[in-house]
Design a protein around this ligand. Sequence first.
Ligand code: GLV
Ligand code: GLV
Length: 320
Amino acid sequence: MKPVVFITRKLPDEVVVPLQEKFTVRMWKSESESVPRDVLLKEVADADALWSVIADQIDKEVFDAAKKLKVVSNLAVGFNNIDTEAAQSKGVIVTNTPGVLTNTTADLTFALLLATARKLIEAESELRKGNWKSWTPMDYTGMDVGGATIGIIGMGRIGEAVARRAMGFDMKVLYHNRSRKLEAEKAYGFEYKELDDLLIQSDFVVILAPFTPETKGLIGQRELELMKETSVLINVARGGIVDEEALYFALKNNQIWAAGLDVFEVEPVDPNHPLLTLPNVTVLPHIGSASIDTRIGMMNLNAYAIIDVLEGREPENRLV
Ligand code: GLV
Ligand code: GLV
């Protein structure tokens, strides 16, 4: 019997065909809707490989339901949706898709930063509504990006790629990270700061840290109070790193100037979420890595990892 692969979303043929040539491949039928929990639990029971997306909670219950699972490959660099301890205790390999999405995600980070600072989305939608009556001196005026100070929380590959883009805008780059990045400090002049100092000094605070027990709620009321009244918060990492209630309060009371969010505590975010009622919030539906080439590149990494494990080789990008 051929090994069984279960894919939790409908994915393009070009990334699935290489698996179909070798294995029995079963795939959830929808591109846009998550696989129902009961279907996931049933499908995983006799699967040798599981190809998951961030909307799937691959927790202990899933690992307990799986009888012969060897690998979970997650279509993302983040893997907070997977209980890696449960995977390890069952001897299941977990892989992710770092590297290929670094520049694409850094581009989106900068696009969101610029859009938020310069009110692009608001201005565009007013034009479309027919509200461009004349040139006005102070409508849609925002914050300057060029020459400002950016503070990056989480200086991994994506953080560094954002920092290099910031240099092109003549920005001063501060960063906070679990470990110092001495080579990047030397090569580019990035400055390491304690979190509080970064928050106090930055015009743009950009979150690019992984979501872990240590970063959950990292930016709450106290941290937002440290930020400048003219500052902008950008989150392209995971929603749970920011306390959304505290952020709502800070934006509503103009403690900070604006926020650009690509991620939310609960996704998809409810269109009636209080944050979406505020004019100084720019929102996107978690599209950091969404370029055609990068998404296909991520999927190819998943497919190779599954083939490697099922054919007895060590996969790249192994987490546990
Ligand atoms: C997307 O959020 C990812 O982690 O790749
Ligand atoms: C992800 O690739 C990161 O290290 O930021």
